[in-house]
Design a protein around this ligand. Structure first.
Ligand code: V47
Length: 386
């Protein structure tokens, strides 16, 4: 997609350097299990004392999750990378049939799922663009075809952006649309598309996308329909510390209302092939660990914070297990959103790699399903099938 070059001065307010800040009052609150305020969140981002912020986040995480770190055996399926919305932050393309684009039929999605198939896969993570030529039925048929071919695999599919668009395509309400999708096999929803809720930053990185308020409203309807979903933030682009904290507080408020979020995933911005390439560098390790830690501390009503190794790199994701993260997503296999935007973390990890990576960090690997039920060891499950 050809993006007009953004004005970097308008896009990114000068980054405030971190400073020596007295965190003792915040530490006392964390130790007492008290909720942190907006101002506390900003102070944590402003603090140069990464290790103290990490210590507090580790305390909050271990109180909730002990030494367990969750992962699952999953596969990402991106039915299309054509998306007419054309968000500045994204490396997807907005013109159908342009070089480098794909748009798979439901049957092709099944064939992709069969590639690299192993019987221990428990989840397909299905997200894609809003293809201007696809009707509602294409999305329903993708779910149905996958469910028919793999009845035991959980379908975590479609972000709030896609759900909202599908309702418009179907000319139905969001609850009615969710009922149809659920009947076709939808099991839960991933957390993408949230980006950053604050209107100033959202206008720069995703001008034509649904508003932050609409993302939250659709998530509320998903939860009211009895489905669980995840939440994300896209950080390291043009947002201020205050805008990050605003995002976290809004999610915390909605979680107080519905309890429907399962986990929170900070997504590190990747600038390659986006409107910001050459203007905004990739996030650094300090910011990545700080984002994980502050998320753990502010989101006191979320059970899980995911260190998504595909975007963080495996090395930072492993260290993040001591900065408040207790989940690593999964084996992933074929991720394309980050790959398109210059991610080089690798295409997939095996169960053995993930487990030894967690053990090396002094934590206990636990395989889960999408809804965070702990699974018995794989060998036992295989025995039961035989
Ligand atoms: O929706 C797009 C974001 C999301 C870029 O729910 C970008 O379990 C960084 O949501 N740089 C897709 N981020 C990934 C996602 C996700 C991943 C893993 C687990 C789960 C879950 C969700 O990535 C998109 C968008 O918000 N994104 N472009 C970019 N250039």
């Amino acid at each position: 997609m050809s993006h007009p070059a953004p004005d970097p001065l308008r896009a990114r307010p000068p980054k405030r350097p971190t400073a020596d800040i007295d965190l003792s009052a915040i530490a006392a609150k964390v130790e007492a299990g008290e909720r942190l305020s907006f101002e506390d969140g900003v102070a944590l981002f402003e603090s140069a004392d990464l290790l103290e912020v990490g210590r507090l986040a580790d305390l909050a995480n271990r109180r909730r999750n002990g030494r367990k770190v969750y992962y699952n055996v999953n596969r990402h399926i991106n039915p299309t990378n054509v998306c007419f919305v054309g968000c500045e932050l994204c490396a997807y393309k907005d013109v159908p049939n342009a070089p480098g684009t794909w748009a798979y039929t439901p049957q092709e999605c099944v064939e992709i799922a069969r590639r690299d198939w192993t019987p221990d896969v428990t989840e397909f993570h299905v997200v894609g663009g809003l293809h201007p030529q696809w009707g509602f039925q294409v999305y329903v048929d993708i779910l149905r075809a996958l469910k028919e071919a793999f009845p035991t695999v959980h379908l975590k599919a479609f972000t709030m952006v896609e759900i909202d668009w599908l309702a418009r395509l179907a000319d139905k309400t969001v609850p009615q649309t969710l009922e149809i999708l659920r009947e076709a096999g939808l099991g839960s929803c991933p957390g993408g598309g949230a980006e950053i809720f604050a209107p100033r930053a959202r206008e720069i990185i995703a001008k034509k996308k649904m508003t932050g308020q609409r993302w939250l409203d659709v998530a509320r309807m998903v939860h009211e329909a009895g489905l669980r979903s995840n939440a994300t933030i896209l950080y390291g682009c043009v947002e201020t510390f205050e805008e990050r904290v605003d995002h976290l507080v809004k999610l915390r408020e909605l979680q107080d209302e519905t309890g429907g979020f399962q986990c929170f995933i900070p997504l590190a911005f990747h600038p390659e092939n986006t409107a910001f390439e050459g203007h905004i560098p990739q996030t650094d390790g300090f910011d990545d660990l700080k984002m994980i830690a502050v998320s753990r501390l502010m989101l006191d009503n979320f059970d899980h914070i995911k260190a998504y190794w595909v975007m963080l790199t495996q090395k930072i994701a492993q260290v993040a297990l001591h900065f408040g993260a207790n989940d690593l997503d999964g084996t992933v296999v074929d991720e394309r959103v980050t790959l398109a935007a210059g991610g080089h973390a690798g295409k997939g990890m095996t169960r053995q790699q993930i487990e030894s990576f967690i053990r090396e960090a002094g934590r206990i690997p636990v395989e889960r399903d999408t809804l965070y039920h702990e699974l018995p060891p794989w060998e036992e499950r295989m025995e039961a099938v035989r």
